[in-house]
Design a binder for this molecule. Structure first.
Ligand code: NAP
Length: 249
């Protein structure tokens, strides 16, 4: 059976590293992006240069029509997916809850929670055995911020921490709900990883500052997380599991 993986937010950071590694694991890869087509095209080119198969596909995961169109495009161009990585996610400028607008919290939940729900729905309809599919895997990208040990985003973005808490609950519940459909659902919880997300949230120095509090003495690289994602995508008897990939925090 051909292996096809859709990675949301596959154009940059952790998602991009996951796309490149997935190709090495033999997946045809759908590289979703929101606005940076150039970055997505570069990942597709790199995969094709190594003899792999890939497709860049634009969609805002928070937009239901975009998500439906994205999955239909992947059906047509690469075939039915066998793995979904719910990776696309955003932070926002540092803010205390006392200063948060409804619009900010709603946007955070739309991208980080509604998006993964919609993508999981479309994936289940294709992979689930009760829908005629072969089974498959969903890997959700949560965060150390989802739980108390990671601080829950206190002082900067509790809305982000709460969105990732929802992803943890989605992972636990969905793993049980779709097990009979032969779909495994797992999550990685990265600690601080060296990507553009910190600058996009107004904290470009966060990786440098975090280093000293990480037992392994360095921040994560996107490949460190990609490795864990691919492990969970492939691990045939693992479902409802969480991998904390945070250097020992
Ligand atoms: P990043 O470098 O900022 O990349 C974000 C990716 O998501 C880009 O490919 C971006 O597409 C895409 N994206 C953003 N909004 C989207 C939307 N509405 N629809 C579709 N795609 C969208 O982020 P990252 O650091 O790799 O983070 C990836 C995931 O890991 C996120 O879920 C994040 O919460 C989680 N995480 C990161 C860290 C960390 O320290 N970096 C730690 C814990 C968890 P464009 O290129 O088109 O903008």
């Amino acid at each position: 059976m051909d292996k096809v993986m859709l990675v949301t937010g596959g154009s940059r950071g952790i998602g991009a590293a996951t796309c490149l590694m997935a190709a090495k694991y033999g997946y045809a890869v759908a590289v979703n992006y929101h606005s940076n087509q150039e970055a997505a095209d570069a990942i597709v080119k790199a995969i094709e240069k190594d003899g792999g198969k890939a497709l860049a596909v634009q969609a805002d995961v928070a937009n239901e029509q975009d998500v439906v169109r994205m999955f239909a495009t992947v059906d047509d161009e690469l075939g039915r997916i066998t793995a979904l990585v719910n990776n696309a996610g955003i932070v926002d400028q540092p803010s205390k809850v006392a200063d948060m607008s409804a619009e900010r919290v709603a946007r955070m939940m739309s991208v980080n929670v509604v998006g993964p729900f919609l993508c999981a729905r479309e994936a289940i309809r294709r992979m689930g055995t009760s829908y005629g599919g072969p089974g498959g895997a969903i890997v959700n990208v949560s965060s150390a911020a989802s739980h108390a040990a990671g601080g829950g985003g206190a002082g900067t973005y509790i809305d982000y921490g709460a969105s990732k808490g929802a992803i943890d609950t989605l992972t636990e519940g969905l793993a049980k709900e779709v097990a009979a459909d032969q779909i495994r659902v797992n999550a990685v919880r990265p600690g601080v990883v060296d990507t553009d997300i910190h600058a996009s949230g107004g904290l470009p120095d966060k990786p440098e500052q975090a280093k000293s509090s990480i037992p392994l003495g360095r921040v994560g690289q996107p490949e460190d997380i990609a490795e864990a994602i691919l492990y969970l995508a492939e691990a045939k008897f693992t479902t409802g599991a969480f991998l904390d990939v945070d250097g020992g925090v």
